[in-house]
Ligand binder design. Structure first.
Ligand code: ADP
Length: 484
């Protein structure tokens, strides 16, 4: 039986974390979640974060403390790994630096073999780190393929090491399609043997993410919806049949958002702050956008926005084609996003066709994103798949009603309006076709005309608690359940 009030030691390993480095959503999660877990009032937790000492972090010349070094052994010889530490909001963060982790490299290499090498070595370094610190961890918490090899190594190469006898293994899955294929040479160099799990497809037997899934005592998907979806051929990325054999270990815990950064009542980027009780003030933010982007200044015309990476995953093409289908309706749109040049071009071309109504801005602009969340009426999120999604939660917090595809975390976080306003916060459409998107948008446009209903939907969304504390408490429950 676990001691009731035993402090739980957790190493949280990730490829990126705010405020040190952020490339994508994983950076948001790894930056915020461990801090919220540490602050969780439900149990004493000593959680610490480890990330690579990426070149981009070094450039910031942060006041790190050098703790010492340890060796990483591989077939190619021994390399030294340097350990640095820094604290962030009371959280201890370790930064690991060695030749193989490649301190002169980008956060993610475009070349999968190089990227595989970087993160295979980083994973092993994370395991060696806890021995170097002589810190017995109860939970080793890896995230995505980049640190999945760490828990596989704990289950294999370190299986008989008494130091780890009480260490439980968790992997959080933020994005299944990225599995680390290409790491095979590095894994072999590090003496990692293929898995002999007969439920795994051949390609997966020496691929980081599947190895982590094999080893994990608990597999956490970043929403309940995604936890179910990854068991299906459409979302399982070739691992669905294997995952079904592990289904008892899989749970979904939805991500949160930083409710201090994303708060319309205090957001410094807005021309006027507002809250659920003075939603009228939101209109000034809309008028400002209409003025800045040369759109007709008129509160009655619904202003749509889409803020996204321009990636196939996000279904921007579905929305752009869908907008064409409802072109006879009265609306304006501002699209903000960068990424795939073809998708960017599609968005630019549509804006050129309707210059009085549609604006496309192809840059990464956090300040503008705040103004769009605040000034728009409707937020478009037509994702093909969405493990959790953050933008829809931000939009609801800003009283901007989402029109989103019914997939993954979007289903968990948006309550579809079916004619009853009690709980509804937005509009979901089922199929990933422009016609389905257009129908969903039409429902929203029609509802917009009924102000009392619209305001109720806005307030429902603004009343929702999207803070990290929710997720943190759920993670703590998982940690407690795994104590050995
Ligand atoms: P993902 O992590 O898959 O890109 P999420 O919805 O989880 O999608 O998070 C996206 C985050 O990135 C949101 O905070 C969104 O506002 C922000 N974002 C996306 N594109 C841009 C952009 N062009 N400019 C500013 N912020 C952006």
């Amino acid at each position: 039986m676990p001691e009731k009030n035993k402090r739980i030691n957790v190493l949280f390993a990730a490829a990126e974390a705010e405020p040190f480095i952020k490339v994508g959503g994983l950076g948001d999660v790894a930056g915020a979640l461990p801090i919220s877990i540490q602050k969780s009032a439900t149990h004493a937790i000593d959680i610490r974060l480890v990330i690579p000492f990426h070149a981009a972090i070094k450039e910031k010349q942060l006041p790190t403390e050098f703790l010492g070094s340890f060796a990483i052994n591989s077939a190619a010889g021994t390399s030294e790994c340097l350990v640095y530490a820094i604290t962030n909001e009371g959280l201890t963060v370790y930064l690991l630096d060695s030749e193989a982790i490649n301190h002169k490299s980008p956060v993610y290499h475009a070349n999968p073999v190089e990227d595989g090498r970087k993160y295979a070595f980083f994973s092993i370094a994370c395991v060696e780190l806890v021995k170097f610190l002589d810190w017995k961890v109860d939970i080793f918490h890896s995230n995505d393929w980049h640190t999945a090899v760490a828990i596989y190594a704990l289950a294999t190469n370190y299986k008989d090491d008494p130091f780890f006898h009480n260490t439980a293994k968790i992997i959080s899955v933020h994005n299944m399609p990225f599995n680390g294929y290409g790491a095979q040479p590095a894994l072999t160099e590090l003496g990692i043997a293929p898995s002999n799990d007969s439920n795994l497809p051949e390609w997966a037997k020496l691929t980081p993410l599947p190895l982590g899934l094999v080893a994990a005592d608990k597999i956490i998907a970043v929403s309940e919806g995604y936890a179910k979806e990854i068991l299906t051929p459409e979302f399982g990325c070739g691992l669905d049949e294997f995952l079904i054999t592990r289904s008892e270990r899989i749970i979904g815990i939805v991500n949160g958002i930083d409710t201090q950064i994303w708060d319309p009542a205090t957001d410094p980027y807005l021309v006027q702050n507002y809250s659920r009780n003075n939603l009228g003030a939101k209109a000034n933010n809309k008028a400002e956008l209409q003025k800045t982007y040369g759109l007709e200044i008129n509160q009655e015309i619904p202003l749509l926005t889409l803020i996204s990476r321009m990636d196939n995953q996000k279904g921007i093409d579905i929305a752009l084609r869908g907008l064409n289908r409802v072109i006879n309706e009265d609306w304006q749109a501002i699209i903000l996003g960068t990424g795939n040049p073809q998708i960017e071009k599609m968005a630019i071309d549509l804006a050129k066709m309707y210059p009085d109504r549609i604006k496309t801005i192809t840059k990464f602009d956090p300040a503008l994103s705040h103004q769009l969340y605040a000034g728009a009426d409707i937020f478009l999120m037509p994702s093909r798949y969405e493990p959790c999604g953050i933008s829809q939660m931000i939009s609801m917090r800003y009283g901007t009603i989402p029109v989103a595809r019914a997939t993954g975390g979007l289903v968990d976080t948006i309550t579809h309006y079916r004619g009853n306003t009690d709980e509804a916060t937005g509009f979901l459409f089922k199929h990933k076709y422009p016609s389905a998107f257009a129908n969903g948008l039409l429902r929203a446009l029609n509802t917009y005309k009924n102000k009392p209903i619209w305001i109720k939907l806005q307030q429902n969304g603004m009343d929702k608690d999207f803070s990290w504390q929710h997720s943190a408490n759920a993670y703590v429950e998982v940690y407690k359940s795994l104590l050995k």
